[in-house]
Design a protein around this ligand. Structure first.
Ligand code: ADP
Ligand code: ADP
Length: 247
């Protein structure tokens, strides 16, 4: 079983000098539905490459990423079962669907500066071709979840770092993802703001059952919210398991 199964994953970059650099070296991970799975390691360990492989922002050299998918009976729109599918074999259409259900947040938020808060959060819904009325309703719902209802009309430059990350989280949740990928989401924030963002992520995990995979170089982040941890060094997972057993 399992929800996300990473098997023998390898990513080798071809460098300009003709040499190869193995950034992810035979990684195996089992992530259960509802996990907050932390991947910790020093700069250069391969964390960012690994998380980018999970939504195919990078293509691996070899290996498999199996993700549990619903089998839907199209006739009456009911779920008849589950199967594990290798996302590396997805065609463009399946990949688009998968990415819709896989939100991502970043260290530097990646907001659109020419759009206000509501318009940033609406962006993925516009791409998904939601109707204007439905978008408005969903954006309000999302801003309520992240506690930013009063900042709807503000532009990113008028917000604090923590507020910007809340906008990014709302945007990542827009399409009701099953998976949230977090790339050093609290690394640019002060300790107090970090805590409030981690609390929000924990809430989202509990309330909506979203599986969170986060990479960080900060042990406090892992200890605070991750039930499982993997430690990465030089492209390899050198330790993994329940967080309380690792520390
Ligand atoms: P981390 O996120 O843990 O800091 P990265 O995944 O960013 O690690 O990097 C892992 C290794 O891969 C590093 O040695 C880095 O220099 C190298 N690397 C990352 N991206 C590329 C790339 N696009 N081309 C070549 N080498 C890369
Ligand atoms: P799931 O597959 O997890 O149920 P969906 O995206 O199908 O997620 O639907 C989640 C929620 O979003 C539902 O409440 C649904 O009404 C709403 N929704 C989904 N797609 C649209 C759409 N194109 N326009 C308006 N609302 C939508």
């Amino acid at each position: 079983e399992g929800f996300i199964k990473i098997k023998n994953l390898i990513k080798k970059y071809q460098l300009n000098n003709g040499k190869g650099l193995v950034a992810v070296n035979n990684v195996n991970l089992d992530i259960e539905q509802g996990d907050i799975y932390g991947i910790m390691g020093l700069s250069g360990a391969g964390k960012s490459t690994l998380i980018r492989l999970l939504n195919r922002l990078e293509e691996p050299t070899s290996g498999e990423i199996l993700v549990k998918q619903e089998i839907v009976d199209k006739k009456n729109n009911t779920i008849t079962g589950y199967e594990n599918k290798n996302i590396l074999k997805f065609n463009m259409k399946m990949l688009r669907e998968y990415r819709k259900k896989t939100g991502m947040i970043f260290q530097h938020f990646n907001l659109l500066n020419s759009r206000n808060v509501a318009e940033n959060v609406a962006f993925p819904l516009e791409i998904s071709k939601w109707k204007k009325k439905d978008i408005e309703k969903r954006v309000d719902e999302l801003l309520e979840i992240v506690g930013l209802s009063d900042k709807k009309q503000n532009y990113p430059e008028q917000l604090s770092g923590g507020q910007k990350q809340r906008v990014a989280i709302a945007r990542a949740l827009a399409n009701n993802p099953k998976i949230l990928l977090s790339d050093e989401a609290t690394s640019a924030l002060d300790p107090r703001t970090t805590n409030s963002i981690l609390e929000l992520l924990k809430d989202i995990n509990k309330k909506f059952g979203i599986t969170i995979i986060l990479i960080t170089h900060q042990m406090e982040v892992i200890k605070k919210i991750c039930n499982k941890t993997a430690i990465m060094s030089d492209g390899q997972i050198i330790e993994k398991g329940e967080t309380k057993e690792i520390f």
